[in-house]
Design a protein around this ligand. Structure first.
Ligand code: CUA
Length: 174
């Protein structure tokens, strides 16, 4: 997914660069604003419409699975999480497939960022870990594997080493 995003970004940058070069090449002559403005205003509406509709389509497509579904499902279990320079202390490091876990996240010292990554190292949930505040984030686990918790806010020299693991195991057969 990251590769695709990088590719799309590169293509857009090339197209935009080409557009700027085209503008540069064609910008030598004189032109009166009164002559240009009506044409620009005609295009402006269409561009806004395309950008608006395109933005909505991209937003809906990339928000799947819809994050609010986790809020609508019943919480199976709570895992308390404390961030501290430079480790995560968790009341449990295991979950089962099918469970919706509510992570209640706080910090003992400075602000940290609680980032939950799936076994493919994709970010699937995140929330701030703040001293004196408990922030909750829920996630429903759909597949087994080794999930990682990484700190997402720079919090000092060993920020990069602020990691924890969460093992998600298959649900027991009934
Ligand atoms: Cu904790 Cu960065």
């Amino acid at each position: 997914m990251q590769d695709l995003a990088a590719l799309i970004t590169a293509i857009v940058l090339v197209v935009l660069s080409g557009f700027f070069v085209w503008v540069l090449i064609n910008s030598s002559g004189d032109a009166r604003l009164d002559d240009l403005a009506p044409r620009a205003y005609r295009v402006r509406g269409s561009v806004a419409l395309v950008a608006g509709i395109g933005g909505l389509i991209i937003a809906f497509a990339t928000l799947s699975p819809w994050p609010h579904l986790a809020l609508a499902t019943e919480v199976s279990r709570v895992i308390d999480v404390r961030g501290r320079q430079w480790l995560w202390e968790m009341s449990d490091s295991q979950a089962r497939v099918g469970e919706t876990i509510e992570f209640r996240v706080t910090s003992d010292d400075v602000n940290h960022g609680f980032g939950l990554y799936d076994p493919d190292e994709r970010l699937i949930a995140q929330i701030q870990a703040m001293p004196g505040v408990v922030n909750a984030v829920r996630h429903r686990f759909e597949r087994p594997g080794k999930y990682s918790i990484l700190c997402m806010e720079y919090c000092g020299v060993a920020h990069h080493g602020m990691l924890a693991e969460l093992q998600v195991v298959a649900a027991p057969a009934n």
